[in-house]
Design a protein around this ligand. Structure first.
Ligand SMILES: NC(=O)c1ccc[n+]([C@@H]2O[C@H](COP(=O)([O-])OP(=O)(O)OC[C@H]3O[C@@H](n4cnc5c(N)ncnc54)[C@H](O)[C@@H]3O)[C@@H](O)[C@H]2O)c1
Length: 530
């Protein structure tokens, strides 16, 4: 039996500190702490299933897991590709504003920096009932996590604007906040980046004034590798995460001989093959430098060769495409409809936006990448219910439109119509108007992606059959934050928002030795001794 309090143990408080919740003390027969390592036992109960023409056979199984978590967050650096973009400048500005606890004037009164929209910073997890009330703890109060305020952030951009200029161009922050951030933000200038005009929209050409010279893709790879190494050394970092928040690229072809294996992708870079994209090079450079790579845009950067390379190097990769606005809502709403026994028949998702992302997406090949990542989000929910969608029938008609309207800037308008078949031939129509404020919804996800990735570098697990090892290199645990989750080959993609959140919360509590079947709430309708 162990009694411990992670905060006291490490002499640290969760940061940014929250006054709303007292520290969590764990008293668990399942967990022990030795030095800075927490080891917890967890019984994983699952059904093993055999499906044949004669029916479904289900057999419950129990698996004994042990999780080891290093309780000391690593000093972590975040390198953003697209640092001078709307998301990049918003992430940097928001971190500075939060560090300094800045307050600024708005038309409706003073506003103070916060991390709303970040799952790690602003959500809670249900722990149980204390006899008087339901008890929740902050998501980042279960296991120690890096604070977004402590991330060391830098990055690349094909445009040389400093981050003050980038922030003004982005039209995301209020003028008073921009002026307060100016002295710090104008010091930050993105590193030159790789620009291959064939991959992003031609309308981005004028922006490309901060470009690594030369035609050799191998030399570009070496340059990015050296940038990562230098950043790591300069800041004495224990963990580096490279995250793509640059323009959406077109898809690359996936071909044997080009990018099907680790060896092929390295050879294709060495041969400067046309189908090697800038994002391919960033991903390979990261992996070779032991930095984890996350793709926040829709393109198919994580080709099989890159996944194989990540596995060989024991580095995490995750993607694709931040799940921030319309698609996030869809991944909750369609689950709700299908779980209600209603049958979505048509989903029409119309967007217009006026930021540089919208401009880039106004060309066909870049729009196609986005259309693909937005399209598959309801597939698992449709497949979950053959009463609504019998074998052989198709899911709802699903149409996605994106238009570029400069005037609305970063305030993306997402208008959705969901029509569902209901009881006895009726129809329910939901019409939703969602003013997204795109970058203010996306930036918190960037913090979460970095914070969770760092946490997962500190967790290893063992089963009855296998000794301690890390999670799979393809970090599907990040799915909550991504529109089109990349998952290990042969495993299913899950998009339903609350199920994704539940899986993360269950893993954290399992690692802390306090996982429970809280959702059942048996104590409220059965006789249970204290
Ligand atoms: N904001 C959201 O809500 C959201 C949601 C999901 C996905 N995304 C994706 O995130 C990405 C960034 O969005 P944004 O609004 O910040 O866009 P943005 O156009 O404002 O920023 C992208 C930045 O990347 C730079 N860039 C382009 N190619 C580059 C390269 N090869 N190397 C380095 N920099 C490069 C551009 O100069 C620009 O500054 C887009 O792909 C977008 O589709 C955004």
């Amino acid at each position: 039996m162990s009694f411990f309090n992670f905060s006291n143990l490490l002499g640290a408080t969760p940061s940014p500190p929250t006054t709303a919740y007292p520290p969590l003390k764990v008293v668990s027969p399942l967990a022990t702490v030795t030095g800075q390592t927490l080891e917890a036992a967890f019984e994983y109960r699952r059904n093993t299933i055999t499906t044949t023409a004669n029916g479904i056979t289900v057999e419950p199984k129990r698996h004994q897991y042990r999780f080891k978590t290093n309780l000391k967050p690593k000093k972590t650096g975040l390198l953003l590709v697209g640092l001078g973009g709307n998301n990049g400048s918003t992430v940097v500005g928001a971190t500075l504003a939060n560090k300094e606890a800045l307050t600024w004037q708005t038309r409706t009164g003073p506003q103070t920096a916060n991390y709303l929209g970040s799952v790690t910073q602003s959500t809670t997890v249900h722990l149980g009932w204390d006899g008087k009330q339901q008890v929740y703890v902050p998501f980042n109060g279960i296991l120690p996590m890096v604070s977004p305020n402590d991330l060391v952030i830098d990055g690349w951009d094909i445009n040389n604007a400093n981050l003050y200029e980038a922030m003004v161009r982005a039209r995301v922050f209020q003028p008073d906040l921009i002026q307060q951030l100016k002295p710090a933000m104008e010091q930050i200038v993105p590193k030159p980046s790789i620009y291959y005009p064939d991959f992003i929209a031609s309308n981005q050409g004028a922006r490309a004034n901060n470009v690594i010279p030369g035609e050799s893709k191998q030399e570009h790879l070496e340059r990015i590798r050296s940038d990562i190494r230098e950043f790591k050394q300069k800041h004495d970092l224990e963990c580096v995460i490279v995250l793509w928040t640059a323009n959406t690229e077109r898809y690359t072809d996936i071909q044997a001989g080009l990018n099907g294996t680790a060896e092929e992708i390295l050879a294709s870079i060495a041969a400067s093959k046309d189908e090697i994209s800038p994002s391919n090079i960033f991903a390979v450079a990261s992996i070779l430098e032991g930095a984890h790579y996350i793709n926040g845009s829709p393109q198919n950067t994580l080709v099989p060769g890159i996944v194989e390379l990540a596995t060989q190097h024991g580095v995490f990769v995750g993607g694709d495409d931040f799940k921030s606005g319309q698609t996030k809502l869809k991944s909750a709403l369609v689950d709700f409809l299908v779980t209600s026994g209603l049958k979505p028949e048509s989903i029409v998702s119309y967007n217009h936006l006026g930021n540089n992302d919208g401009k880039n997406l106004s060309e066909a090949r870049q729009f196609r990448s986005k259309e693909i990542s937005k399209s598959s989000v309801v597939d698992d929910m449709v497949a979950s219910n053959k009463i609504l969608y019998p074998e052989g029938s198709h899911g709802p008609d699903h149409c996605i439109v994106i238009k570029y309207v400069p005037f609305v800037g970063d305030s993306k308008r997402a208008m959705d119509e969901y029509i569902s078949s209901i009881f006895m031939g009726g129809h329910q129509t939901l019409a939703i108007h969602n003013t997204c404020e795109d970058s203010l919804l996306a930036a918190p996800l960037i913090f979460d992606l970095a914070i969770l990735t760092e946490l997962f570098t500190r967790i290893t697990y063992a089963t009855e059959e296998n000794g301690f090892t890390g999670f799979h290199s393809v970090l599907s645990l990040l799915s909550l934050l991504l529109k089109a989750p990349v998952v290990p080959e042969g495993t299913p993609v899950g998009n339903a928002f609350m199920r994704q959140f539940g899986a993360l919360a269950k893993l954290l509590t399992a690692c802390a030795g306090i996982a429970s079947d809280n959702e059942l709430q048996l104590e409220f309708f059965t006789k249970l001794n204290a």
